[in-house]
Structures are given as structure tokens and as C-alpha cells.
Design a protein around this ligand. Structure first.
Ligand SMILES: N[C@@H](CCC(=O)N[C@@H](CS)C(=O)NCC(=O)O)C(=O)O
Length: 222
């Protein structure tokens, strides 16, 4: 039996989405973020890094979103529902699978961290300096980088209905979390194709079942 060690409001939601798309049986073990937003220590008993997502399948433990999606599709997508078919689709799918966590998420997380530099746990005396520093880095560096990424994603989705091309694949599952992050932090106002993609994703019955199982994902921070 596949067990999803599920941290609320986290990347683990996209693993539930894939499992629902593939209509696979699975069990959820729930972990609640602490006040610090970190995962509880108990998750380190599953995998030394104590991050979500992580799954177990019999004696096997698989961590890291992209690796989990790849593992699940490789082992269980016997009908090739979300597995890319053509060489071009495979290449695109692999690209977005890595891009999501390798290039985009670091910026999304950096933006979050720098936007919190004027807030607890930063000592209150340092908060005005922290806020000024955080805003400076955000505006001067991170937002400019993110603007380039936003434009890149938007152009891609203007030309392609799904990230790997003509059909839903693992690439869409993997990209769902950073796109939700962009939507929550800064919005998708100038990204109509990306907005349409997100609406299309959220209307899928499998997405809605995953939300029922794992809970809403709310990435708004400020
Ligand atoms: N690149 C990793 C990132 C894992 C990660 O940072 N997960 C977050 C949840 S979205 C987490 O576990 N945060 C809690 C913590 O760091 O303690 C992946 O995609 O699996």
C-alpha cells in the first residue's frame, strides 16, 4: 500500500493529485506544520530530511516531489494516463519536472523569506531594519528574476495547453505548486494563459478529490 506522509498546506498536495488522477489506492498519515511553519520532528523518522512530500510503498521510501511523481508514474501508470508519449513530450515533461524545484521554487521561497524579515521571529528592535533590507532584496533582485520566469511560463502556456504539450502529464502536476505560489504571492493578473491553466487544473475532479483528502492549500503570506 502506498502511504503518503502528508504535511498540511504543502507540496505533498500534488502527490495526492497524481494518485487521484491515476485512481490508485493510498493511505494518508498526517503531519501538522508547527508554529514555525516547519514540519514536526516525527517526519524525520520517515526520511532524514523530515520534508514533505515523502511516500512509502512497502519497504521503499521515496522523497523529493519530482522523484516521487516519476516513481509513481513509472510503476503504476500502466495506462499511460499522465506519462508523456512522444520524444518532444518526454523532453518537455522532464524539463518542467526539474525546472519547478530547481529554478522556480528557490525564488518563490526566497521571496517569502525576505518578505518576513520585518516580522517575528526577528527580534522587534531589528524589525524595521529587517523589513527595509528584505524589501530591498525583494524589489531589487527577486521580483525582477521572478518577472522573467513569469513571462517565460506565460509564453509557454500561450503556445501549449499543458506544460509538456497537448496533454496533461507529470509536468503539470509538478508545476501546480509553484504556480499556486505565484498566484498567491503577486497574483496572475498579467498571465491570462497561466490563469486559464490553473482554472482548468482546479476544475479536474481528481484535483478536487485530492483537496478533499489533503485540505486546501493556502500559500498567501502577506
Ligand atoms: N524540493 C523538495 C522540497 C521539500 C520541502 O521543502 N517541503 C516543505 C513543504 S512544501 C517542507 O517540508 N517544509 C517543512 C520543513 O522544512 O520543515 C521537494 O520538492 O520535495
Amino acid at each position: 500500500m502506498i502511504v503518503v506522509h502528508h504535511l498540511n498546506n504543502s507540496r505533498s498536495q500534488r502527490v495526492l493529485w497524481l494518485l487521484e488522477e491515476l485512481e490508485l489506492p493510498y493511505e494518508i498519515r498526517r503531519y501538522q506544520r508547527q508554529a514555525t511553519m516547519l514540519a514536526p520532528e516525527a517526519l524525520k523518522k520517515v526520511h532524514p530530511l523530515g520534508k514533505a512530500p515523502v511516500i512509502s510503498d512497502g519497504d521503499r521510501v521515496v522523497a523529493e516531489s519530482g522523484a516521487i511523481l516519476d516513481y509513481l508514474a513509472g510503476r503504476y501508470d500502466s495506462q499511460q494516463r499522465l506519462t508523456p508519449q512522444s520524444e518532444e513530450e518526454k523532453l518537455q515533461c522532464r524539463y518542467w519536472l526539474h525546472y519547478a524545484e530547481g529554478s522556480l521554487m528557490p525564488l518563490v521561497v526566497m521571496r517569502l523569506i525576505f518578505s518576513r524579515m520585518g516580522k517575528p521571529p526577528v527580534p522587534w528592535l531589528l524589525r524595521p531594519v529587517g523589513a527595509a533590507f528584505g524589501n530591498g532584496v525583494r524589489k531589487g533582485f527577486i521580483d525582477k528574476q521572478l518577472a522573467t520566469h513569469r513571462q517565460f511560463i506565460e509564453q509557454h502556456l500561450t503556445r501549449n495547453p499543458w506544460f509538456a504539450g497537448q496533454r496533461l502529464t507529470l509536468a503539470d502536476v509538478q508545476m501546480s505548486f509553484p504556480i499556486q505560489g505565484l498566484a498567491a504571492r503577486g497574483g496572475l493578473d498579467n498571465m491570462p494563459a497561466t490563469q486559464a491553466w490553473l482554472v482548468k487544473v482546479m476544475r479536474r475532479p481528481a484535483w478536487q478529490r485530492a483537496i478533499q483528502q489533503g485540505g486546501e492549500v493556502d500559500l498567501a503570506t502577506e
